[in-house]
Design a protein around this ligand. Structure first.
Ligand code: BTN
Length: 256
């Protein structure tokens, strides 16, 4: 599809048949060589796909996009690090929305993408920090494209499930390159307000009062109002405004 043309992202693309994890592949190669920025690596099959919190990322061979990108965001200060997460989530959201134009497509804090309340994409960002800032960033993205049954992820969905037809995985990759390039430009030009605006516009459950759980299992009634520059979820509650770091608050799924 010629609609999607990215000048830099994915220019150096490595396509693997089978690997444990595309994130691990990039980080091992980076141990002994400096790969060009914007290198991407995708795999037809991952035998040990890595998810957040040491979870395994489930993906049927050949069905989905499992890809990692390499960035060297050395100009980004540590205080702005979370804008990189937000920009990437924005890019994936736009990719998903291109293929599922009529879905309720949202960014679930910190950076999952959900369609009609079900997870369609996971993002795993692994940064290497140095005294000067962020020296290397591996962005792993798994988008469910054509998988229609999920053994370990009962709340998952895919493009095929949502639009009732198959999508070419490589077309999704080209679209993702395109949107990532656009959003990464905002990071480089320090257009943080623009990044924040798109992120908040698409934030799952923003301005909705609903029930959450604390990690201890207590109920908490609250309303998400923002995500601050450090990445904390900002929530209004009966006891005033509260802020949460990742894993400090649990979303309760409405899908059974
Ligand atoms: C999550 O748990 O939501 C994050 C999932 C990230 C999965 C992707 S698939 C491509 C890349 N390689 C990995 O091993 N993980 C990421």
């Amino acid at each position: 599809m010629s609609t999607f043309e990215a000048a830099f992202i994915g220019r150096n693309h490595i396509e693997l048949k089978s690997i444990d994890s595309t994130n691990s592949y990039l980080s091992s190669r980076l141990q002994y060589e400096r790969l060009p920025e914007f290198t991407s690596v995708s795999a037809w099959e991952q035998s040990n796909g890595k998810g957040q919190r040491k979870n395994v990322w489930e993906s049927a061979p050949g069905a989905n996009l499992t890809i990692s990108y390499l960035f060297y965001p050395t100009a980004l200060s540590l205080s702005h690090l979370f804008f990189l997460n937000k920009a990437i989530a924005n890019a994936v959201l736009q990719t998903v929305s291109y293929f599922i134009p009529h879905g309720e497509n949202k960014i679930k804090w910190p950076n999952d993408i959900v369609v009609n309340g079900r997870k369609i994409c996971g993002i795993l960002i692994e940064n290497v920090l140095s005294a000067k800032g962020i020296s290397q960033c591996i962005v792993g993205i798994g988008i469910n494209v054509n998988q229609t049954e999920f053994e370990f992820a009962p709340h998952a969905t895919s493009m095929a499930l949502e639009i009732k037809k198959k999508v070419l995985v490589d077309t999704v990759r080209l679209a993702l390159n395109f949107y990532l390039e656009q959003e990464y430009d905002f990071v480089l030009s320090q257009s943080f307000e623009k990044i924040q605006e798109t992120y908040l516009e698409n934030l799952y459950r923003k301005n909705e009062w609903t029930m959450y759980k604390t990690p201890e299992g207590n109920d908490l009634y609250g309303c998400i109002s923002s995500v601050d520059s450090k990445g904390f979820l900002v929530m209004q509650t009966d006891n005033g405004e509260m802020k949460f770091a990742n894993k400090e608050i649990v979303f309760i799924s409405k899908n059974r």
